[in-house]
Design a protein around this ligand. Sequence first.
Ligand SMILES: [Mg+2]
Ligand SMILES: [Zn+2]
Length: 277
Amino acid sequence: MSGVNDNHDSRLSYEENDNEPKSRGTAQAYLFAFDFDHTIINLNSDYEFPNLIDTPLPESISDRNKEVSFIEYMNSVFRFLHSQNASIADLREFIRKLEPTKGMVSLLTSLVRYKQSQGDSIKLLVISDSNDLTISEWLKAQIIDRLPSTPTQFPFDVITNTSIIHETEGLLQVKGYEHQTSCRTCPSNLCKGSALKKYTDLHGPFTRTFYVGDGFNDICPTLNLSSQCFVFPRINYYMYKWLQKDDNKKRLKANIVFWDDANVIHNTIRSHVVEFK
Ligand SMILES: [Mg+2]
Ligand SMILES: [Zn+2]
């Protein structure tokens, strides 16, 4: 992907003609994309991990947050937790209990059922600056394990930083999803705009994309979405505030629906996707 600004100016969108979204034959293909922290779960998992133990983070680590990349900072947090005898099993248990946003479990469960009934034309994607251990552990505990029967395939695709579990020591470390320099608005370890475009090129085209997020790094992927698509910024978070400026709002062609209860997202999808309950 070239510089993100060039990309927006030349409108390299997935659907060249907004009025006639491409689809596979008569089947409708939909992409449901979700950020994780502050979107699927209420808080930010990365900032919650230190609460796993009673000992507060030493200043030598908390101060590093301002000096080093976020990935390096999190790796020092995980090393500290490890030094305080928090095991990978403790981390997993902690992740499983992270509180979802209101209405989110019901929405994700309905989307999984919808995918099971419709097949591969429906894609569920989590695209996040967290890590794959956190996301897959949470989805498994809060969504998959609560279904009446276990799906044969994990229904979510996940684009995020890679977690590396050092088994013998029981230490978790995280490696950036990529190292990119072409998008100046996204962090170097993940440009969600470029990642979403690659995903759509590979698995699409989609009749509509629905994108749910909250943060500054959720803006880049939504700038290329067409007028057929929907963007759901969480009320009172960064993207919501950014969209209060008309000049910013004009940069999106997609429909914008603000939410603080995922039931709002659920109802919007119901009225635009046939047979989705
Ligand atoms: Mg977020
Ligand atoms: Zn970007």
